[in-house]
Design a protein around this ligand. Structure first.
Ligand SMILES: [Zn+2]
Length: 435
């Protein structure tokens, strides 16, 4: 029988207290910086986590020059070396979109239902109409901001639950598990931190980012993402003597953008539908440039969107004689499902762990990317697990006591399931398959 979480010695600090402590530390990252971490404040949390990991008995704890925290928990399974090394990752930074300075978390104990008005800005209201999940949270302790900052549950919920996993394992030698690798990353929100993450030093065979949303949601699919730069060339002259000479690229640029299909934009799509999204541009007589991102879950869908942009460029040249229209496309990242479909056991074990925590698991494709997307293509298969959080990157961000506790329980079950399924007691075939 698997060890039930109810029977374990509780952690030295509750996951809620840990979470409330971490969210008060400003770790907002910043776009367009040349260094990792992009902000020095991220060191504060990274260094704190390293010192707490050491106190909890983790081994090989270190913080890299790029503010990445690495640690290991030795396995205690009878044949621990047969069990794949499972990694858990969370990011210390918070979104540049909303301030993370002076976060003042508010715990709404024993929630009785109804809209939640945030105390220091009454215009910020978490409504039942917009957040039907509230109806499932009666009796829970809901954790919000005071209305003036983001909460930073994204991803301090991941950090706090992973740290509590370490705490639980340290105080419960009867919980059987293989070796566990812990990684905390900087600058996830600006997309660049993970490039500085040392996958070999991390030393995991498989991993999970703990950076998802509501309880039970597991992600093994992200966008496939490309970015197009469309450059329109014209001919500039003095407008007083322009007749028959000037070719104004601005009209071509404007017409091109007006041709984006209405039903293929971020503001008109959801679920599994992809989009094209012009998000930045500059217009000048001689040269105009449009930056457009392309997103789809399927490579064919992405190819079709790229073709559309190229066909429109040709149509623009035909319509505006003398104008050149060039399309340059680069790949940002690919749908991690391309790789994760070869590792079905990662999702199977995560589902089993979630059910043992009393939560019904479900899959949802992410309309975005995660640190795991890039790691998966660098050889470390890495799906994403829920954290109990909602409304990321906003002043309405919230989580709850149950969200944090159930996420922690799921992680504790997950390391045990790996030991049960792939350790010496299980068949050699499945152990090999998981490595
Ligand atoms: Zn996140």
């Amino acid at each position: 029988m698997p060890t039930s979480v109810a029977a374990v010695t509780p952690p030295s600090e509750s996951v809620v207290d840990r979470f409330l402590r971490y969210v008060r530390i400003d770790t907002q990252s910043k776009e367009e910086q040349s260094t990792t971490p992009s902000t020095p404040t991220q060191w504060t949390l990274a260094n704190l986590l390293a010192s707490e990991l050491r106190q909890l008995g983790a081994s090989e704890v270190r913080v890299s020059d790029e503010c990445m925290v690495y640690a290991r928990i030795p396995g205690n399974a009878p044949a621990a070396s047969d069990v794949p090394v499972v990694g858990f990752l969370a990011h210390v930074d918070t979104s540049p979109a909303v301030t993370g300075a002076g976060v003042n978390p508010v715990v709404h104990r024993n929630y009785r239902g109804g809209d939640i008005v945030l105390p220091n800005d009454p215009t910020q209201i978490i409504t039942v109409a917009q957040h039907p999940v509230l109806a499932t949270m009666i009796g829970d302790d809901i954790i919000t901001t005071d209305g003036t900052t983001l909460l930073g549950s994204d991803d301090k919920a991941g950090v706090a639950t992973i740290m509590t996993l370490v705490d639980v394992l340290a105080h419960n030698p009867q919980i059987v598990h293989g070796e566990v690798a812990i990684g905390f990353t900087a600058d996830e929100e600006i997309g660049s931190g993970i490039d500085q993450f040392d996958v070999d030093a991390f030393g995991a065979d498989v991993a999970y980012t703990v950076d998802g949303e509501g309880l039970g949601e597991i992600n093994d699919e992200t966008w496939s993402a490309r970015q197009a730069t469309v450059t329109f060339g014209g001919v500039s002259t003095h407008p007083g003597t322009a007749k028959g000479v000037m070719v104004n690229s601005i009209y071509a640029f404007a017409w091109y953008l007006s041709q984006m299909p209405r039903d293929m934009l971020p503001e008109t799509t959801e679920g599994r539908e992809g989009f094209v999204h012009p998000y930045l541009g500059s217009a000048d007589v001689e040269q105009s440039v449009a930056k457009i991102i392309l997103r789809d879950f399927d490579v064919e869908g992405l190819e079709a969107k790229e073709r559309l942009l190229r066909d429109l460029a040709a149509a623009t040249e035909a319509r505006f004689p003398g104008v050149t229209a060039r399309v340059d496309v680069k790949e940002n990242y690919r749908n991690m499902k391309e790789v994760l479909k070869n590792h079905p056991e990662l999702i199977e074990y995560a589902f089993e762990a979630t059910r043992r925590a009393g939560i019904e698991p479900f899959m949802n494709p992410i309309r975005g990317g995660t640190d795991g997307t890039k790691l998966t293509f660098r050889g470390l298969p890495c799906p994403n697990l829920f954290t109990g959080g909602h409304e990321f990157h906003s002043k309405l961000e919230f989580n709850s006591r149950r969200g944090l506790e159930k996420t922690t329980e799921t992680l504790v079950h997950l390391v045990q399931i790996f030991a049960e399924r792939t350790g010496s007691a299980s068949t050699t075939a499945s152990a090999t398959a998981a490595r």
